[in-house]
Design a protein around this ligand. Structure first.
Ligand code: SF4
Ligand code: SF4
Length: 56
């Protein structure tokens, strides 16, 4: 299982602030992306995303 961010992402940045390991970065298109090599699957990003953009 892995957390990923879909096209529904608005780039609001909430998940980037809440990620404890800095696994989420902002892409060129403004949307966020999770680095699977860094993610510890805590679920914070899914919990804070108000757009349902984090898939599990
Ligand atoms: S909280 Fe959701 S909408 Fe906001 S940047 Fe993260 S994935 Fe995108
Ligand atoms: S599940 Fe946790 S560690 Fe992984 S990207 Fe989301 S907030 Fe960061």
């Amino acid at each position: 299982m892995a957390f990923t961010i879909s096209e529904r992402c608005t780039g609001c940045g909430s998940c980037r602030i809440e990620c404890p390991v800095g696994a989420i970065s902002k892409q060129e298109n403004g949307k966020s992306r999770i680095d699977p090599a860094l993610c510890v699957e805590c679920g914070n990003c899914a919990a804070v995303c108000s757009h349902g953009a984090v898939d599990e």
